[in-house]
Design a protein around this ligand. Structure first.
Ligand SMILES: Nc1ncnc2c1ncn2[C@@H]1O[C@H](COP(=O)(O)OP(=O)(O)OP(=O)(O)O)[C@@H](O)[C@H]1O
Ligand SMILES: Nc1ccn([C@@H]2O[C@H](COP(=O)(O)O)[C@@H](O)[C@H]2O)c(=O)n1
Length: 212
């Protein structure tokens, strides 16, 4: 008898730890993982490299055409690229251009883990388990600061806090696929958890959905 593939949707705001949880879940269950934020970051980087205007939806759509070669570019991680990604991701045409590739990944017969902002609400509304991973904004800023300074980048905590606030505001209030918790998602607040504790809790929550 064929079994239903395990599909796990992980959403949440920037630097909440959703990517860490999603990667851990993928490893635990032996599933392929897609960090969908990288797609929007690649569009932003493509736009930056050819000098397109982030204020133009048409230019952003054009930037979606050739992102495959950018998916492993180290510049994807920069805060500047993240900020532009959060602007171009508000364009319905950009979201539509990236939709099919994400749906295809989520529909893999092997199952999948995807993380992003609209996985449980738009990309994989029938996912087996949906987690909404969050943490207080100051803790998120501390984590991102530690990550970037650890990589040798000269960043200031206060600037990161300002950037995260702006991103939360844009991602949550855009009209196309805003960041919101799906009605059937489970909340995972990692503010006072280590990464290992967050993963254990995520596995417990997923198990509850697999074997209710
Ligand atoms: N529970 C945790 N405690 C401490 N640090 C954590 C925890 N979870 C993740 N981190 C660290 O915080 C940083 C951000 O985590 P991560 O990249 O998983 O967040 P994210 O939500 O996927 O971010 P983004 O949306 O910007 O891609 C990383 O450096 C990660 O190692
Ligand atoms: N499903 C998604 C994923 C990401 N975005 C936008 O991209 C920006 C960068 O994402 P990170 O997860 O890498 O930080 C993010 O701020 C979102 O605006 C999205 O809209 N939908």
């Amino acid at each position: 008898m064929a079994t239903t593939p395990l599909v796990i949707a992980v959403d949440g705001p920037a630097a909440s730890g959703k990517g860490t949880v999603a990667r851990g879940l993928a490893q635990h269950y032996g599933l392929p993982h897609l960090d969908t934020g990288k797609l929007y970051r690649a569009v932003a980087l493509s736009l930056l490299r050819w000098g397109g205007d982030p204020e133009s939806e048409f230019a952003a759509l054009r930037a979606c055409e050739d992102i495959s070669s950018l998916m492993d570019d180290p510049e994807l991680k920069s805060e500047m690229v993240g900020g532009i990604a959060s602007r171009v991701s508000a364009y319905p045409a950009v979201r539509a251009a990236l939709l099919e590739r994400q749906r295809e990944f989520a529909g893999s017969p092997a199952g999948a883990v995807l993380d992003g902002r609209d996985i449980g609400t738009v990309i994989a509304p029938d996912a087996t388990a949906k987690l909404f991973v969050t943490a207080g904004i100051e803790e998120r800023a501390r984590r991102r600061h530690a990550e970037l300074t650890g990589a040798g980048l000269p960043v200031h905590l206060e600037d990161i806090l300002i950037d995260l606030r702006a991103r939360d505001e844009r991602d949550s209030h855009r009209s196309a696929a805003p960041l919101e918790m799906a009605a059937d998602a489970l909340l995972l607040d990692t503010s006072s958890m280590s990464a290992d504790e967050a993963l254990s809790e995520a596995i417990r929550l997923v198990e509850g959905r697999r074997r209710p």
